[in-house]
Ligand binder design. Structure first.
Ligand SMILES: O=C(O)C1=C[C@@H](OP(=O)(O)O)[C@@H](O)[C@H](O)C1
Ligand SMILES: C=C(OP(=O)(O)O)C(=O)O
Length: 471
């Protein structure tokens, strides 16, 4: 273990989380939404004309999506400000994930072409890539191999694999029902009615709906199983499909519960501005809550399908107060943090951050409805229990969530299991608990590559080792 030495990074694998002796007071512009960027890429690739994606997120998950679509033949060009290109020239360059600093992309122009195999798609550990792209691959004219991180091979995919087979696709998964696998695209897919159990991931439903307009008979997806998590993400899929010209019938329009219909038809090229990622705004808002400070997130949308919008209510119940105005969303902490008993099934990805805040509260919390988090980037319920208890906490797993009894916490290594949201949860605790070291902070690059810089910037510091860094 690295010794905690103020702000000097002596071991890049153990990031000494900065303490905040004062209440935070800052404006933090967070990059674009992962979920919106990756849906926008898929829909643009399936459109009948070119489109623009402005302020896209450039992170591991979105660069994997862009790279995968390019492997299938889609052209994705990036327009960056002239000062950030190597040559100083304006104009588009191909997105390859390796040539530019993260966060510098201004806009991506997506030029759909025929979808071609053979190709190999690298999914990393991105749920959106491993679930949204097999239906796209089924429309390609050759075999598409799907590979990824070891954890990607453990995450559920049966809803997509079985669903696509019902709709006419040929998939070779050697009986695993999971990755790695090959989708033998034949250039088109019959489509039609399909029944799946999406209780382990809403992304199964989103995946089949997103490509639905390109199936010969469209698609009717029926969920048959336990409670469906992450409904706002399904609403995001529907909203974005409709904005691209698709006809979608959904339960909330008076249709049957658990049944979504997408009609076959052309998708339009869009010019879309990606909203800030409200789930990635969470650690910054939480910083205001736990230090009794104030954080403003600019460009907080007035209407959104992002689950992060629920933070306004959740963090208000936990002791903060929120105002949305022309400057964005401002959360002001009261100096008190209250426990909460809450069902997070709709907003599961917010759980790690809420659990970290709950560990610092003045009363017990119960987080419910998130059993499916055991199959996320890591087993998040086990990881949060182990890591919060490792710092002196008192957390127990329940069947569908966590029970958190606040205790005085102490420093130590906060392990992150290659999970970006564990890493930001550890950083949050380190603001008020001396001596927290976050293992592999770089794992935040899955959705927020600039996290360490933004975090130090929030505290009015440069990153460690730079001029302006607090000694
Ligand atoms: O569709 C999406 O963009 C997402 C849906 C959710 O997945 P699950 O329903 O698998 O939890 C969420 O947790 C994930 O971060 C993003
Ligand atoms: C669950 C998450 O990601 P994924 O898209 O990989 O499922 C997440 O970002 O919290």
């Amino acid at each position: 273990m690295t010794e905690h030495t103020g702000h000097a990074v002596t071991d890049p694998l153990h990031w000494p989380a900065p303490l905040s002796p004062d209440p935070v007071d800052a404006t933090v512009a967070v990059p674009g939404s992962k979920s919106v960027t990756n849906r926008a890429l898929v829909l643009a690739a399936l459109s009948s004309e070119p489109g623009w994606i402005r302020r896209p997120l450039r992170s591991r998950d979105t660069l994997l999506m862009a790279g995968a679509l390019r492997a299938l033949g889609v052209r994705i060009e990036e327009t960056v400000p002239s000062s950030t290109t190597a040559t100083g020239a304006d104009g588009p360059t191909a997105v390859d994930g390796g040539t530019k600093a993260a966060g510098t992309g201004e806009a991506w122009r997506v030029i759909p072409t025929g979808l071609h195999g053979p190709a190999t798609v690298e999914v990393g550990n991105a749920g959106t890539v491993m679930r949204f792209l097999p239906p796209v691959a089924a429309l390609a004219d050759g075999p598409v191999r799907f590979e990824g991180d070891p954890r990607a091979y453990e995450r559920p995919l049966h809803g997509v694999i079985d669903g696509l087979r019902t709709l006419g696709a040929r998939i070779d998964d050697e009986g695993r029902g999971a990755l790695p696998m090959t989708v033998h695209g034949s250039g088109s897919l019959t489509g039609g009615p399909v029944e799946i159990d999406a209780s382990s991931s809403s992304q199964f439903v989103s995946a089949l709906l997103l490509s639905g307009p390109r199936f010969n008979q469209g698609v009717d997806v029926r969920h048959n199983g336990g409670p469906l998590p992450s409904m706002p993400h399904i609403r995001m899929t529907i909203d974005m499909l409709r904005a691209a010209g698709a006809q979608v019938d959904a339960p909330e329009d008076g249709g049957e519960p658990n049944l979504w219909r997408v009609t076959s038809g052309a998708l339009l090229g869009r010019d879309l501005v990606v909203e800030p990622d409200l789930s990635n705004a969470q650690p910054f808002l939480a910083a205001a809550l736990i230090t009794g400070g104030r954080i403003t997130i600019p460009d907080w949308p007035e209407h959104t399908t992002q689950p992060g919008d629920a933070l306004r209510d959740i963090f208000t119940a936990m002791g903060g107060s929120c105002v949305r105005d022309e400057r964005g969303l401002t959360l002001t902490g009261s100096g008190r943090v209250h426990g909460i008993d809450v069902d997070l099934s709709e907003v599961g990805e917010l759980t790690p951050g809420i659990a970290a805040v709950a560990a610092l509260a003045d009363s017990e919390s119960v987080l419910r409805g998130v059993g499916h988090l055991r199959l996320h980037e890591t087993d998040r319920l086990a990881a949060l229990t182990a890591e919060l208890n490792g710092l002196g906490g008192d957390v127990t797993e329940t069947e569908d969530g966590l029970r958190i009894r606040p205790r005085p916490l102490h420093g130590g290594v906060f392990h992150t299991y290659d999970d970006h949201r564990l890493a930001t949860a550890g950083a949050l605790l380190g603001l008020v608990v001396k001596g927290v070291e976050v293992e592999n902070i770089a794992t935040t690059g899955k959705t927020l590559p600039d996290f360490p810089e933004l975090w130090h910037g929030m505290l009015g510091e440069g990153p460690p080792g730079t001029p302006g860094a607090r000694a």
